[in-house]
Structures are given as structure tokens and as C-alpha cells.
Design a protein around this ligand. Structure first.
Ligand code: BES
Ligand code: MN
Ligand code: MN
Length: 460
């Protein structure tokens, strides 16, 4: 009978090949936001199908209205073993701005840094490197006598665009996807030495607003003064979205937002989070959110509104005296507690419409929404996961929140009543969604070892 140490030794022995496999996946520019890269999304899905097929999974690429899903199943060597569903996403964010990358985003590199070796490429940490930690753990079990759990995997190709095809796919394949627990590797560690289990994620609503005024762009000398400028209107409305205390001014926005339970607040105080250091690392000093809230609350447990992009008029080199016909903005809201994504989208639209002057029309494009997630902080699976992670890292994992969003977790809870165990090996300085994204080689290696221990612990 092979032991967990045999499996871990196999992961160690496979390291060089594992890196080559990850690099092959990272070289595929599977950018889900960009139609020009839809074929690459298919290639990434095909790559994963081949990879899992090679590990003995019964696996297929499954079409949706958008990018395909990859679904695979593999049986445990034991009959009565628990059934886990592992989720990851093979799509990545656009690499823009390209000129800030030190090496091309889809030519993965192993780079020496003071902290150790790092894997640099778009998707290294979000989420290809992370999902491959699980695949490598499965490979090592396969090479040492078989899986301890029945394992299903679901790899999505639209996470970075709000998972639009997921609810329908899940409804149509509910019985196939139902498992005892969902495992997710798309979150962060506390720091490079300290593992973490994420039990809270913020939800999100994403809206695009387009304001139109004149029927064409105008000469700002001949028309300026008389013709209304939609950039002025838009920026005025956007400026009204926050009040002087940094709170979001949409009517009803805070419905469903509750104060942190004292138990969690106490846990967070124990975390010893240094807000000054957190902002200092990105060149900032003063927390800019709601007055009277700690930095940790601002990023984990309070809702937000951010303008993610704004476009209008002439933005090329030099000067051009144009009075534009159109101005647009992309606006997202991070949600907590029981905030309702639908209601907040409606409130935003009403807020804009109520402020439109004569001659300006608004059009809205919805880019999806998902509610916040709060997972139980006491369960048998969590207890086992804590012990498994402690065995690998030499200290117990911290239970943390995260300001990011992973829409699928809420969908699985609501539709299939499945709780997720979110264990990730990302770090704050991985620069996910930014230029020069990286994943620590130690995250990749010890991540795979952690999943091996976790699967064994869940099965024991
Ligand atoms: N993996 C991230 C979210 C994340 C990062 C959670 C780090 C916890 C720690 C995910 O890929 C992501 O970027 N999600 C988007 C979701 C959106 C596009 C619906 C986000 O949070 O902006
Ligand atoms: Mn991700
Ligand atoms: Mn992401």
C-alpha cells in the first residue's frame, strides 16, 4: 500500500515535468474577454482534456453558449470514498497594458528573485498555476496506486467575464456535477509561509453605461458652449456615486449589509493585519474607503463601487479640439452580506437616469452579477483541511476573507447545496490581472503537495 509520503515523493520527483506542463498551458492566450482569442480558449480546453485523459479521467470538452467547459471524472481506488468536485478556470484576463510586461505574457519564464524562483506569465497565478496544483496531485496519486477520493473536475473558460454560461450548464448537468464538497484553488495564502482557507468572498455587479448626446462629434470651437458635452455629464454623475464619507450614495445600496459578527471580528483582529504595509507595497499611504472602517473591513467585509474604465472623446497623441457625441464608463460594485445584485443594478440605472439633462440619453449593458459568499467556519471537511495544511506548511492555516469574487461558489451553494473549500496559494504581490503576473514556484510545488494531503485527509 503506497503511503502519503510516496505520493509526496512522486510530486517532488515530477517537479521539472510539472513545470513544463504548466508552461505549455500558460503559452495558450485563452483570454475570455476578447473574441479574437475565443479559438485559444478552445485550445486551452482541448489541452486540459488531453491532460486529464492521460491521467485516466473520463473527460470531455462540453459546449456552452460561450466558452466550453471541461468536465472529467475519475474513480477512487476505494468504493466508499467521498466524492469531491474540483473547480478552476482556464481563461485569463487580457494582458494589457502590454508595454509594461518585462517578458511577453504568453511566453512563460522561470525568474530568479530574492524570495525564490517565480513563474511569470499571464494566468500563472490566476488560475492556471493554481488549477495545475490539483492536477499534479491527481497525477501523483495515479502513479502511486490510485486516487483516495472520487474526483470530478470542472474547468471553466468564462470566470473572468462573470461566468455567464455557468448557471445554465449547472442546471442541465446538476446530477453529474453534484458531489459531497466543492474544492476551489483560486484564492490566496496569508503570506508566503502561511496557508489560508478563504471563508468569505465578496459578490459583484458589473454595469456599463453609455451616454449619447449630439448625433456626431463636433468642433469644440464652433459648438462648444452651446452643445452639451456627455463627458461632463458622465463625470458629474460618477462623482456623485460616493458621498463625503466615502460611502456609496445609491439608494438602498446598504440593504442587506450587516456588521461583522463579533466572533469573526475577533478572529480578524488576531490576524494582525498591517493596513499601512498593505497599501505601502503599492505606493499608497491613506485608506480611501468609508470613514471609520479598518482597512481589512474595507477590502473584505464592506461593499464598494469602483469605476473600472472611462472612455470618451479624443485619447490619442497630441491635442484635438473635439466635443464628443459619446462617453461611457464601466462601473463595478463589490457586494457583501445579503446585498441583491439585481436590485443594485436597477438602483444604479435609476441613479443615472435621474441625473440626465435634456438631450442626453443613457444605454446600459449588464455584465453580470453574483451575491457575496459566506461559508461555514466549522465543519468536518474544514477541520480535516486545517490539519492537512498544517502538516505541509508547519503551521495551521488562517481563516480569511477576500475582497475578490468567484461567481461559481454561490451558484453551487444555491443550486446544488454544495459548500466549497477554498484553498489557494496565491500571494498579494502576484500581480493578478496586472502586468508581470507571477506565481511562486514554492506555491506551485507545495500547492500540489497540499492538495495531495487534503485529498488523503478527506478520504481518511
Ligand atoms: N481568482 C480571482 C478572485 C480572487 C483572487 C479571489 C484572489 C480571492 C483571492 C478571480 O479570477 C477573479 O478575478 N474574479 C473576478 C470576478 C469577476 C470577473 C466576476 C473579480 O473578482 O474581479
Ligand atoms: Mn481566478
Ligand atoms: Mn481573475
Amino acid at each position: 500500500m503506497p503511503t502519503i509520503d510516496d505520493v509526496l515523493a512522486k510530486i517532488d520527483a515530477n517537479q521539472t515535468d510539472a513545470l513544463a506542463r504548466l508552461f505549455a498551458l500558460l503559452a495558450i492566450p485563452s483570454i475570455s474577454a476578447d473574441p479574437a482569442h475565443f479559438p485559444d480558449c478552445d485550445s486551452a480546453a482541448d489541452w486540459l482534456v488531453r491532460e486529464l485523459g492521460g491521467l485516466g479521467f473520463d473527460v470531455a470538452k462540453r459546449q456552452t453558449k460561450g466558452r466550453p467547459m471541461v468536465v472529467g471524472h475519475a474513480k477512487a481506488k476505494r468504493r466508499d470514498a467521498p466524492h469531491v468536485l474540483f473547480y478552476g478556470h482556464y481563461d485569463v484576463q487580457p494582458p494589457d497594458p502590454l508595454n509594461l510586461w518585462k517578458t511577453p505574457p504568453f511566453e512563460p519564464q522561470l525568474v530568479e528573485a530574492d524570495s525564490g524562483q517565480r513563474i511569470v506569465a499571464r494566468g500563472a497565478a490566476d488560475d492556471k498555476g493554481q488549477l495545475m496544483t490539483f492536477v499534479e496531485a491527481c497525477r501523483a496519486f495515479g502513479e502511486t496506486g490510485g486516487l483516495p477520493c472520487n474526483v470530478s473536475v470542472l474547468f471553466e473558460g468564462e470566470e473572468e467575464t462573470g461566468s455567464p454560461s455557468l448557471p445554465a450548464f449547472m442546471a442541465e448537468n446538476a446530477s453529474e456535477l453534484k458531489a459531497d464538497i466543492m474544492l476551489v484553488c483560486d484564492t490566496s495564502m496569508w503570506d508566503k509561509q502561511t496557508p489560508a482557507i478563504t471563508t468569505m468572498l465578496r459578490g459583484m455587479v458589473f454595469e456599463e453605461v453609455i451616454l449619447r448626446a449630439a448625433n456626431r462629434d463636433l468642433h469644440s470651437g464652433l459648438y462648444g458652449g452651446a452643445a452639451i458635452n456627455p463627458i461632463h455629464v458622465l463625470s458629474g454623475i460618477l462623482a456623485e456615486l460616493h458621498d463625503d464619507n466615502g460611502a456609496v450614495a445609491l439608494p438602498g445600496f446598504y440593504d442587506g449589509v450587516e456588521e461583522l459578527p463579533e466572533e469573526i471580528a475577533a478572529q480578524w483582529r488576531d490576524l494582525d493585519f498591517d493596513g499601512g504595509e498593505f497599501l505601502g507595497k503599492v505606493g499608497l499611504a491613506v485608506p480611501a474607503g468609508e470613514k471609520g472602517r479598518s482597512t481589512l473591513e474595507m477590502i473584505w467585509s464592506r461593499p464598494t463601487c469602483d469605476v473600472n474604465g472611462i472612455v470618451g472623446g479624443y485619447t490619442g497623441v497630441g491635442a484635438k479640439t473635439v466635443l464628443p457625441a459619446i462617453a461611457s464608463a464601466k462601473v463595478s460594485f463589490r457586494l457583501v452580506g445579503k446585498q441583491n445584485p439585481e436590485k443594485i443594478a436597477q438602483s444604479f440605472r435609476a441613479f443615472v437616469k435621474a441625473r440626465l439633462p435634456a438631450d442626453v440619453r443613457a444605454e446600459f449593458i449588464a455584465h453580470g452579477g453574483s451575491p457575496a459568499i459566506v461559508l461555514p467556519t466549522k465543519s468536518e471537511a474544514l477541520r480535516r483541511a486545517r490539519r492537512a495544511l498544517e502538516a505541509e506548511w508547519g503551521k495551521p492555516p488562517l481563516l480569511i476573507g477576500s475582497g475578490g469574487s468567484i461567481p461559481i461558489v454561490g451558484v453551487f451553494k444555491r443550486e446544488l447545496n454544495m459548500d466549497a473549500l477554498m484553498v489557494g496559494f496565491g500571494l498579494d504581490d502576484d500581480s493578478i490581472h496586472s502586468p508581470n503576473e507571477k506565481y511562486e514556484r514554492s506555491s506551485f510545488h507545495k500547492g500540489a503537495r497540499s492538495w495531495a494531503r487534503l485529498l488523503a485527509a478527506l478520504a481518511a
